[in-house]
Each structure stands twice: as C-alpha cells, then as structure tokens.
Design a protein around this ligand. Structure first.
Ligand SMILES: *Cc1c(COP(=O)(O)O)cnc(C)c1O
Length: 223
C-alpha cells in the first residue's frame, strides 16, 4: 500500500513540488517501500531514530530534519541530514554552524516559522523572521535555502490558508531583497491534511506522513 500511496501522490502533485515522507514511528522497511514508490526524501523528527533508519537505508534517500532540534544535538544532525528544516533561533544556527565547520560542510537549512503564533510551538514569529534570516545568513557554514512552517493544528485545511499565505508573502519579500547571503528556493508547508492548500499558497516542499504510511499510533511528536 505504501508504495502505491507514494506513487499516487507523486502523480497528483505538480512536478515542481518535492515530497518529503514524514517517517516518525515508521520502520526502515516501511521507508524502503516508500522509496520503491518513488520517494526521494525522508523527513525525520528525531536524531536517534533517524540514525537507526540511516543504517538500513543510507544514501538511497535524502534526509531532512523536520522535528525540533536541540542545540546539543546539532553535531549529530549535521553529520546525518542533508537539510535541517527547523532552524528557529540564532543559538541553534550557531551550533549548526560550528558543527558544519568541523564537517567541512555548508549545511542547507530552512527557517521555521510559527505562523499561527501558537504559544509554545517552535518557530520564529512572522514579525521576527526577516531579521533572524539576515542574522543567520552571516554565519559562514550555513546555507539558508528557504522557509518552513507547520500551520495551526486543525483538520480543516482552509483554516491553514491565511497562515500559509502569510509565510509565502515573507518568502517573496525575502526573495526580493536579492541578498546573496541567503537563498529563497524552498517553501516547506503542508502535511497530510493540508498539502493541497499549501501547494496553492506556494509550497514547493510538502511533508506527508499519514497519507503515505497510514495512521500512526498516537505519540508525542516533539513538534
Ligand atoms: C509528522 C509531521 C508531518 C506529517 O504529518 P501527517 O499529518 O502524518 O502528514 C509533517 N511535518 C512535521 C514537522 C511532522 O512532524
């Protein structure tokens, strides 16, 4: 089923949109099945679980960190992931920068925005986004490549639209600055319940879990 789900979604979405398989709680054999269906990018929320899955899958996929990252795990995250989608503070960016220098790597990252401005949720507030991007962009071993957001927790995707649209406007505003220190190439928005609206509002990365792998057991997602 997973293989067919992936193939169907890939057929449905525009070719310009990249699909990330949000793989928290999934086994490496489920991830491999998704790769057989044409998935290229695995997104993980936890460094430890991702390391285990990486042992089984390795370079057959690209790896995106999509969960909240603590600064003290930056070293491991830099070693493993091809992109960290969830950078939301200068402190975390500095830890990633330092680890990247050791790996002789320029780490691609996205800036995570708390678009629904929900109290305890990770992400920088929309109003602080531009200054954070400009500050982080001065770090030498980090490559800002775009923005990411979760949107509000809701089962009605229309409720997400104004938040996705706001993040897209920030994305466009940053792009217009034409600042060589950062790039605005990727806009990562939309999950299983909201990806259609996210694409309409400009997303070119969507992150799907349930829609590809089926329902997951209730767990704390760490996001
Ligand atoms: C789990 C998760 C997703 C996917 O959620 P689904 O509703 O299962 O599609 C997307 N993004 C992040 C950051 C996640 O943690």
């Amino acid at each position: 089923m997973i293989k067919e789900n992936v193939a169907r979604i890939l057929k449905d979405i525009p070719k310009t949109v990249e699909l990330v398989g949000a793989a928290k709680t999934r086994s490496s054999s489920e991830m491999l099945e998704a790769l057989e269906g044409g998935l290229h990018i695995i997104g993980h929320n936890y460094v430890k679980e991702a390391e285990l899955a990486f042992q089984a899958i390795g370079d057959r996929a690209k790896w995106h960190m999509i969960g909240h990252l603590q600064s003290n795990k930056a070293k491991k995250a830099v070693a493993l992931f091809d992109m960290i989608e969830t950078v939301d503070s200068f402190k975390l960016a500095k830890a990633i920068d330092k680890a990247s220098l050791k790996h002789a790597k320029s780490m691609p990252i996205l800036i995570e925005i708390n678009s629904a401005e929900e109290g305890q949720k990770p992400g920088v507030l929309p109003i602080n986004t531009i200054s954070l991007v400009e500050k982080i962009s001065q770090l030498k071993n980090i490559k800002i490549m775009g923005l990411m957001t979760m949107g509000p927790a809701t089962s009605n995707q229309e409720d997400c639209r104004p938040y996705f649209s706001r993040v897209c406007r920030l994305f466009e505003e940053l792009k217009r600055k034409d600042n060589k220190a950062f790039e605005m190439r990727y806009l990562s928005m939309g999950m299983s319940s909201s990806y259609q609206v996210a694409i309409e509002e400009g997303a070119n990365i969507i992150r799907l879990g349930t829609k590809l792998f089926g329902p997951r057991a209730q767990i704390k997602t760490g996001v």
